[in-house]
Ligand binder design. Structure first.
Ligand SMILES: CC(C)(COP(=O)(O)OP(=O)(O)OC[C@H]1O[C@@H](n2cnc3c(N)ncnc32)[C@H](O)[C@@H]1OP(=O)(O)O)[C@@H](O)C(=O)NCCC(=O)NCCS
Length: 184
């Protein structure tokens, strides 16, 4: 099955979410129990890919965010900013410490479709969709990746970079993707 065989739509109250299971309790239960409330409270919007029987086969949730200087205590040191600026290829006058971003809060693929490559189509979709929907000012996709080999490999293969070194032993690691890579 390809991602294009599935139907894309925003989460609504009637969505059949309870057949979804991605194998990670935190992520599955977010969709089952919290996603609608987050949406109603305008904290995160959730989007679904459903099969023709309306079973959710993949989903992601996003919110507006900003990578900024306020995280000094988290380890956002000068070195980190310099490395980020170099990576983004910004010349000196443009070096700012506030980057508009879209945060991928949660993302999951149904267990039945894991290992098929559909997760990569999903990330390509999210990148393109973010650019189209938020083109006016959004430079980065950011997320807190579950700090496990499978998740880190997935995001690495999808072009995401680690922001920090000091979160190597944390439960999650901040990662970012430069959406400018997609512009021509
Ligand atoms: C994280 C998640 C989305 C990754 O999806 P997945 O299908 O398991 O992804 P995989 O890394 O196994 O990739 C499947 C295969 O697609 C292949 N593939 C297909 N297209 C590819 C592409 N464009 N680039 C790289 N690999 C590709 C890979 O070779 C990989 O096989 P391999 O690992 O044997 O080499 C999924 O496991 C999931 O939903 N997990 C639970 C929830 C979760 O962890 N969410 C993220 C929290 S941060």
């Amino acid at each position: 099955m390809e991602l294009s065989d599935l139907n894309f739509s925003p989460l609504v109250e009637e969505s059949l979410i309870h057949t979804f299971d991605c194998g990670l309790e935190d992520i599955t239960s977010f969709l089952h129990d919290d996603a609608l409330a987050y949406q109603a409270e305008k904290m995160a919007n959730t989007y679904l890919f459903q099969d023709d029987d309306r079973n959710v086969m993949a989903f992601f949730s996003v919110s507006n965010d900003c990578l900024n200087d306020l995280g000094e205590e988290k380890g956002f040191t000068n070195n980190i900013w310099n490395r980020l600026h170099r990576f983004l290829g910004l010349s000196n006058p443009k070096r700012i410490r506030q980057y508009p971003a879209i945060k991928i809060g949660r993302l999951g693929v149904h267990q039945d479709l894991q290992g098929t490559g559909i997760a990569y189509q999903l990330m390509d979709f999210i990148k393109g969709w973010t650019i189209l929907d938020h083109k006016p000012a959004c430079r980065l996709l950011i997320l807190d990746a579950v700090n496990q080999p499978k998740q880190l490999k997935y995001y690495d293969r999808n072009g995401f970079q680690f922001l920090l070194k000091n979160d190597e032993d944390k439960k999650t690691r901040i990662m970012y993707y430069d959406l400018q890579k997609l512009s021509v």
